[in-house]
Design a protein around this ligand. Sequence first.
Ligand SMILES: NC(=O)c1ccc[n+]([C@@H]2O[C@H](COP(=O)([O-])OP(=O)(O)OC[C@H]3O[C@@H](n4cnc5c(N)ncnc54)[C@H](OP(=O)(O)O)[C@@H]3O)[C@@H](O)[C@H]2O)c1
Length: 312
Amino acid sequence: MSEFPGLQMARLPLNHGGGQIPALGFGTLIPDPAVTVTATRDALQAGFRHFDCAERYRNEREVGEALQAGLAAQGMERQDIFVTTKLWNSNHRPERVAPAFEASLDRLKLNYLDLYLIHTPFAFQPGDEQDPRDQNGNVLYDDGVTLLDTWRAMESLVDRGRCRAIGLSDITLNKLLPLYESARIKPAVVQVESHPYLPETELLEFCKKHGIVFLAFAPLGHGMRPGLLENPVISAIAVRIGITPAQALLAWAVQRGTALLTTPKTAARARENFEISPLPQDAFDEISRIQTRQRLNDVVNTGNPGFIPPKN
Ligand SMILES: NC(=O)c1ccc[n+]([C@@H]2O[C@H](COP(=O)([O-])OP(=O)(O)OC[C@H]3O[C@@H](n4cnc5c(N)ncnc54)[C@H](OP(=O)(O)O)[C@@H]3O)[C@@H](O)[C@H]2O)c1
């Protein structure tokens, strides 16, 4: 996969002439605006070149500022980094797609995107309210638009050279299959929760067979404790090899052929999460054999973002 030693420089090819995506991605789902800025700059400084954003994170402006300042400080150009953002559920109507895309670009201070994703396959009532609810607190879904309608509008963005690749997030294989069949431009990337407790093997195999990049979020189990970072198999491997549990989990993800998103919030953790090297085969296999199964984020079932609080 990589011609470089270590895994930091691993890149995966994107279909439809979309270039390559760095396997190690920095996720910007950070509620605090000031931390968004420092964490993004620290990630760039540590070596991350792939940045995952979303209009729903409500911090594209801060990410844009941090990237612009960070690129200038490091003497780098726009094309040295790979930037993704996502179309939110309330913008699925085809006529809302291009305006939502342009608004994201504007906030990010960019003039093209490397990758644009449909954030979830669930359409919410169209409008500027990101979380539309009825008086009982139930989400107002929109049954006047199909995922394929939205996808066609995404395809037009590629046709017009506004973004290099398009894909989907929080999608199941069942929903991906019909879209894949009907799509004129096939999805280049699928972003879903994945870690040793949720390997999503069937979806990964489908993606590998069809040249789709599988992009794993929550590779550290969203840092929840108790959780993956304290799993005894992971801890024992980390001690044996002399790495941290986080490095073991991130290396496992890249070695199984996925790209990943991680969200270190300090400079030290950014360096830790970037400085990963290949696991020996026996360690890789031990992690693959972990039997615990747990989904941490219910967004794939509802379109509502949010990690499920762990039971103590
Ligand atoms: N498509 C979607 O619906 C969706 C959903 C969720 C996330 N995402 C994307 O995926 C990205 C990553 O998500 P994630 O939050 O699950 O990432 P993650 O890296 O698995 O988990 C982040 C958590 O792990 C902790 N952490 C980070 N590095 C660590 C280390 N070296 N050692 C110990 N703990 C560490 C952080 O703790 P501290 O807070 O203490 O630093 C934070 O609580 C997001 O930013 C976003 O871009 C997408």
